[in-house]
Write a protein that binds this ligand. Structure first.
Ligand SMILES: [Zn+2]
Length: 277
């Protein structure tokens, strides 16, 4: 078995812990979170699996890399960037630290590796991931975050990165390296993400006989009546943050295409953000 596969983690726990920590910290700093962005950040360090010249659990899993990446976000959004930072940080410091270890947490200062080497296929890890998944699903349903994911927002497209980076490679790998009991949460996440993406794509399709696009729900956010038309970002969507994340963490081919789709929206939102300041 290749080294990277031996220390590969399951996306289930990362999605769940990223969401739970992001949601809990959003309550503390009194802000609403962009769910697709939180879910994407919780697994994005594993993009190194798809990049041949990057060592798995190396630079993209470093705490120092995460801090450097988030410095501009903390300068701009201050404490409102915390839920996103925690969602990213838990990937290395909780999920991967427990499951498999071998993390270059202090790269580039040292390439020394850290973490406990609990077998990620063992019963302990599987139970932890299943419990985290169930708790996250329960919170999503009770707080109505699940239905928010199915509303048509442009940020839903960010979920395509999670699908390409970890969910599909896990489900399409043969032979399966994920225990069968964890395939159910994987398929559940895949279904949720695809419905969310399709909800936006379907809504943004032009209506027959009209050259204009149907209005999107988020197109009306923060738009006062009789105001001069301009693009205003949702204060909670952090479009620039998602842009920086994608840019710095070096996109592979398929994700790059998805990024290009999202790029125009990110830039227009970003320019709108600075116009408002
Ligand atoms: Zn990882």
């Amino acid at each position: 078995m290749p080294q990277w596969e031996a220390s590969r983690s399951f996306a289930v726990g990362h999605f769940a812990l990223g969401y739970i920590l992001g949601k809990a910290s959003s309550k503390l700093v009194r802000t609403e979170i962009d769910l697709p962005l939180i879910l994407m950040l919780s697994v994005i360090p594993d993009i190194d699996i798809l990049i041949p010249f990057l060592q798995h659990r190396g630079p993209t899993h470093s705490i120092l890399s995460s801090i450097m990446l988030f410095l501009p976000a903390f300068v701009i959004w201050r404490r409102k960037a915390l839920p996103y930072f925690f969602a990213l940080l838990q990937h290395s410091l909780v999920g991967d630290y427990l499951g498999g270890g071998g993390l270059q947490l202090l790269w580039p200062l040292t390439k020394a590796t850290y973490g406990l080497r609990i077998d990620i296929k063992g019963a302990t890890n599987v139970v932890i991931e299943l419990i985290a998944f169930l708790v996250a699903m329960l919170i999503m349903l009770r707080t109505r975050d699940m239905s928010k994911l199915f509303e048509a927002h442009a940020s839903n497209l960010i979920l395509a990165i999670s699908v390409v980076t970890v969910v599909l490679p896990t489900l399409l790998a043969y032979p399966f390296y994920v225990p069968l009991v964890l395939m159910i949460p994987h398929v559940t996440y895949l279904a949720i993400f695809l419905i969310s993406i399709l909800a936006y794509v379907r809504r943004s399709k032009p209506t027959r006989g009209s050259s204009e696009k149907r209005p999107l729900p988020d197109a009306h956010l923060n738009k006062p009546k009789h105001a001069k038309p301009q693009i205003l970002p949702s204060r909670n969507s952090l479009p620039a943050l998602s842009y920086l994340t994608l840019l710095i963490q070096k996109l592979p081919g398929p994700s790059h295409l998805l990024f290009l789709l999202y790029e125009r929206k990110a830039f227009s939102n970003l320019s709108g953000f600075f116009k408002c300041m």
